[in-house]
Design a protein around this ligand. Sequence first.
Ligand SMILES: Nc1ncnc2c1ncn2[C@@H]1O[C@H](COP(=O)(O)OP(=O)(O)OP(=O)(O)O)[C@@H](O)[C@H]1O
Length: 244
Amino acid sequence: MIKVNGLYKKIGQVQALNNLSFEARDGEITGLLGPNGAGKTTCLRTLFGLLKPDQGNALIDGVDVAEQPIVAKQALGLFPDPFGLYERLTPREYIRFFAELSGMNGRSADEATTRVLAQLNMQEIADRRCKGFSQGQRMKTALAQAIVHQPRNIILDEPTRGLDVMSTRVLRGMLSDLRAQGHCVLFSSHVMQEVAALCDRVIVMARGEVVAVGSPAELCEQTGHASLEEAFIQLIGTDEGIAA
Ligand SMILES: Nc1ncnc2c1ncn2[C@@H]1O[C@H](COP(=O)(O)OP(=O)(O)OP(=O)(O)O)[C@@H](O)[C@H]1O
């Protein structure tokens, strides 16, 4: 469970977060949807302890990220940019390295690596170098890295940016599996179709605050629009920076 309470963050002259509060529940996929500059990345960076809020707090399974960053991060997986994989390593080496970074060693790191390779059906590519991998194979490696320490909560910042259709499908399948296993999945997006297809609940953000919360169907109902696109435009006040 991820919870943010009254987050404020000013960056330069910009009030990037402006009393932002919401929760993302276990066993659900929660989408953070907003136009460019809404504050999505700032929020996710705060959740991961990379930014300190001016006010308010972020809780991972009830642990305050600012007060106990190491404990909070152990319950959190951050999905990295799959284009940034180190190409000379194999997935097994790569994932094991991240297992060690999260505090495992020797046998436990080996076991965790083997487990996640099996979980994501990666045995065939486990010992090939990442160089030349398809996007889908990169996605799996990136996700394996994020979940090797079995965090209950997984955060993804614009995970489908730049992906082809097949890879997007692979990612959607992986996120649905994580939901079925009871994980809390939170991802940011400015792509409506993606949010509509995947999310149980959508947090609509604009100007650093929440402007609406609900399932895609509830958001349509709240605004009286049949299409999600129209609902979002009404809620956000513009369609600038939102993709269909
Ligand atoms: N390092 C920074 N320096 C200056 N301004 C920043 C910085 N980081 C964020 N901001 C500003 O804070 C606001 C929120 O930015 P943020 O990146 O969180 O938005 P976002 O919703 O992730 O947008 P996008 O969809 O475009 O990635 C924006 O107005 C942005 O310009």
